[in-house]
Design a protein around this ligand. Structure first.
Ligand code: ADP
Length: 394
């Protein structure tokens, strides 16, 4: 009998799952996959530990599955393919832990109710993250579940780095910079000693460039500053989110363009970034393949913003030893890494073109003053590690 941890990472229209076998100190990836397009054309796909396809199902256009339907389907699939595995805990990604939750916790019903109160701080993510915890609790009330937070890694930041220049009457209500993508940054921070002592112990900027994108300044493994703030819409330009915006723009949208708060929310989260600027797509691969002038401008703005924020985070670190690219774009796009690194050439960053094209972990030239790395992230494995630690401590 092998003990297994299941990790669920639920978004607005998708549920990713990964099961990990507890093998001594190691966690061996087992069955994994996802259901995507829950409300439009649901598609389930699963792979076994060798990466071979283990299951697939399509529900067809126009079918809508609830999160509950999705979790029940995943649960049935895992039960059918269980073998001699014994599920000991479920770990969940939860975007917001607020000020209180500074590390992963057992997701009791009381904790979930408290986390629900943070929904106004992350309306597009938090409800979807909490739903699966309640669904699994209803199915298996005695199964330990663990909530792992995207904000927790950043709680090591100094008060200054988390503060907004607003009156205390506002900031005391929890209006501060929380930072996100913490599970990804924590995974990279734990992986860095395998790659470079200097990057692990020194001043490192990690650029998490996926559909959502942010960067984090890490000093000897601890977060000291990040580009995302109160919400996950701040900082870098993203696939469909605008990133940093003069707050005066909001007043203009409200007062002069008479936009509703819903319309503004849709604008800044779903209609801006690469998609909004290019008018072509929010998907970097499509933009890189496009000849449209607006697509080129969108990529130029994307990499310019990364360059500007590298400067800001290097200032927060008072120097720079390493730059790490990760997530979909950061791990896979030599072209975006090349352009982003060029924006930071003044810091002494030089890429090795062949290494960059090959996406091998170390992509800086030997003469570069700053090490540059392309390292795959693994947020689900980080969740599995936290889940194991919480359950072991029970
Ligand atoms: P999420 O934040 O949803 O987990 P990912 O980390 O998978 O997203 O990143 C998705 C982004 O990565 C998309 O913009 C996609 O186009 C981009 N991407 C993936 N592979 C490549 C590639 N080879 N070249 C350029 N962009 C890529």
């Amino acid at each position: 009998m092998t003990d297994v941890i299941l990790v669920l990472n639920a978004g607005s229209s998708s549920i990713k799952f990964r099961s990990y076998a507890i093998e001594g100190d190691e966690l061996g990836l087992g069955l994994h996959g996802q259901i995507e397009g829950l409300f439009t054309s649901p598609r389930f796909i699963a792979y076994d530990r060798n990466g071979d396809q283990a299951g697939e199902k399509r529900w067809g256009d126009g079918t809508a599955l609830s999160h509950e339907d999705g979790i029940q389907y995943i649960s049935q699939f895992l039960t059918t393919h269980r073998g001699d595995n014994h599920l000991v805990a479920v770990g969940h990604r939860v975007v917001h832990g607020g000020e209180k939750f500074t590390k992963a916790v057992l997701a009791t019903p009381e904790v979930v109710d408290e986390l629900d109160k943070l929904t106004p701080l992350a309306p597009l993510h938090q409800p979807h993250n909490l739903k699966p915890i309640r669904i699994v609790a209803a199915m298996h009330p005695d199964l330990p579940q663990v909530a792992c937070f995207d904000t927790a890694f950043h709680r090591s930041q100094a008060e200054l780095a988390q503060a907004f220049a607003l009156p205390e009457s506002i900031t005391s209500r929890g209006v501060r910079r929380y930072g996100f993508h913490g599970l990804s940054y924590e995974y990279i921070a734990q992986a860095l000693p395998n790659f470079s002592k200097r990057a692990a112990q020194g001043r490192t900027i990690v650029a998490h460039l996926g559909n959502g994108a942010s960067m984090c300044a890490i000093d000897a493994g601890r977060s000291v500053a990040s580009t995302m703030g109160f919400t996950a819409v701040d900082g870098l330009m993203m696939g469909t989110r605008c990133g940093s915006l003069d707050p005066g723009v909001m007043l203009y949208l409200l007062e002069e363009l008479h936009m509703s708060t819903q319309a503004i929310e849709d604008l800044i989260y779903k209609e801006s970034g690469l998609l909004g600027v290019s008018g072509v797509s929010g998907d970097m691969r499509k933009l890189l393949a496009s000849d449209a002038p607006r697509a080129r401008f969108a990529i130029d703005l994307y990499t310019y913003r990364i360059g500007r924020e590298i400067g800001s985070l290097a200032a927060a670190l008072q120097g720079l030893d390493a730059l790490v690219f990760t997530a979909g774009i950061g791990e896979n796009s030599a072209e975006i890494r090349r352009r982003a690194a060029a924006q930071a050439a003044w810091l002494g960053i030089e890429l090795d073109a062949a290494a960059n094209d090959a996406s091998v972990p170390c992509i800086s030239a030997p003469s570069s003053k700053v090490e540059v790395w392309a390292i795959p992230t693994d947020e689900e494995r980080m969740i599995a590690r936290h889940t194991r630690a919480v359950v072991d401590a029970l």
